[in-house]
Design a protein around this ligand. Structure first.
Ligand SMILES: *Cc1c(COP(=O)(O)O)cnc(C)c1O
Length: 369
């Protein structure tokens, strides 16, 4: 039997990384949480993103929650969010008792559309979370422009977009705040959970440092309300420091796999990612097909893993009641019904890419294309 092609392989990504060296450095230091590895990583990651400050957190969802909190989002405030982005932004909004309003997407890039943001400003939102879904930068320049005219702060959810760039600026440097996750499958992944918030504003960064550690000003002095514990540990920070210098090369490799797929699928009745430029770091290679279930089954039978990111639009998740109903956010719903992710990660070998493209072509060939 031919071996299965996974959707992602931590083993393949980390094969060329020295994991033991950084871990040993931390073990020898006997300092495990918020130490010099963390502060050095924060400095290096802020500089990579092209901003002044980075405050690490325990995970990406905490980063979003603390970002909303530091911007003063209160219960019953409205926050604009995209509804096809896996409920992460919605989770953070709901944690604060605030209310997400789902802005429909641009079907070309599958991110929140600037024009729809402009229209939704009539709701007087307290903040906007712009997710750069699948590693593709949203129309973030246009969104920040309409938002800043209205005085509404913008949070970029960059959890899938480490290093994505347009006009020489990287994800996280466009809005007021950028939030990252270092979950192992992300383009920059730790060996466990981790997250970060980046920003230019010194006072925002200072308050975020307080909020991530009990609201402390100095030790045992609780200065700000709403604090919690959301720290990253030294081993994760040391691993991330080891991996950060490899990020750009990994993103290039991801993008070249995406380019091979795009070229191989150009004459097939499916929709491919619409950018292969620096503004797409191919966190996920996502196509849109009709009859998704039979397509996935066909690949599954040939040992090719696929997944759906994400099948249920946020406003239709059963855990919360949203003010928007089925049909209210049509392009978001259409995307959720048709997207499917194919294997795309650093270390995916050319013959594996070939196997995927051949299987996809065969599927459509058997249906008369
Ligand atoms: C992974 C992810 C998150 C959440 O990050 P965690 O570290 O898992 O909490 C948030 N937003 C997006 C778009 C993500 O992909």
């Amino acid at each position: 039997m031919t071996p299965k092609i996974p959707l992602f392989s931590a083993q393949a990504v980390n094969a060329a990384v020295d994991l033991l060296g950084p871990a040993k450095r931390v073990l020898d230091s006997h300092w495990y949480v918020l130490g010099s590895e963390v502060s050095e990583f924060e400095r290096e990651f802020a500089s990579y993103c092209g901003v002044e400050h980075c405050v690490t957190t325990a995970n990406g969802t905490d980063a979003l929650e603390l970002a909303l909190r530091v911007l003063g989002v209160r219960p019953i405030d409205t926050v604009l969010v995209a509804g096809n982005a896996g409920f992460y932004g919605s989770t953070a909004v709901r944690l604060l008792g605030a209310v997400p309003f789902y802005v429909d997407i641009d079907p070309n890039c599958l991110n929140m559309a600037a024009e729809n943001v402009r229209e939704a400003l009539i709701l007087n939102p307290r903040a906007i979370i712009v997710t750069h879904l699948y590693g593709r930068l949203a129309d973030i320049e246009a969104i920040t422009e309409v938002a800043s005219k209205a005085g509404v702060p913008v949070i970029e959810d960059c959890a899938q977009a480490h290093g994505a760039a347009r006009g020489g600026r990287r994800a996280g440097s466009f809005g007021d705040i950028g939030c990252f996750s270092f979950y192992p499958t992300k383009n920059l992944g730790a060996l466990g959970d981790g997250g970060a918030i980046v920003c230019r504003d010194e006072s925002l960064a200072a308050r975020l440092r307080q909020l991530r550690q009990y609201g402390w000003d100095a030790k045992y002095q609780v200065k700000v309300p709403g604090g919690r514990n959301s720290r990253i540990d030294e081993i994760q920070a040391a691993i991330l420091r080891e991996k950060l210098p490899l990020l750009d090369a990994w993103n290039t490799e991801r993008r070249s796999i995406a380019a091979k797929y795009n070229a191989a699928f150009s004459d097939l009745p499916l929709t491919c990612p619409s950018s292969l430029d620096a503004d797409y770091v191919a966190h996920l290679y996502v196509i849109q097909v009709d009859e998704r279930d039979s397509f996935r089954l066909f690949l599954e039978e040939r040992g090719i893993s696929t997944d759906v990111h994400y099948p249920v639009p946020d406003h239709l998740q059963p855990g919360y009641r949203a003010s928007q109903k089925k049909g209210d956010v049509p392009l978001t719903e259409e995307a959720c019904a048709s997207v499917v992710s194919l294997p795309c990660f650093p270390g995916l070998r050319p013959e594996q890419v070939e196997r995927v493209t051949e299987a996809v072509r065969l599927y459509f060939h058997q249906r008369g294309f």
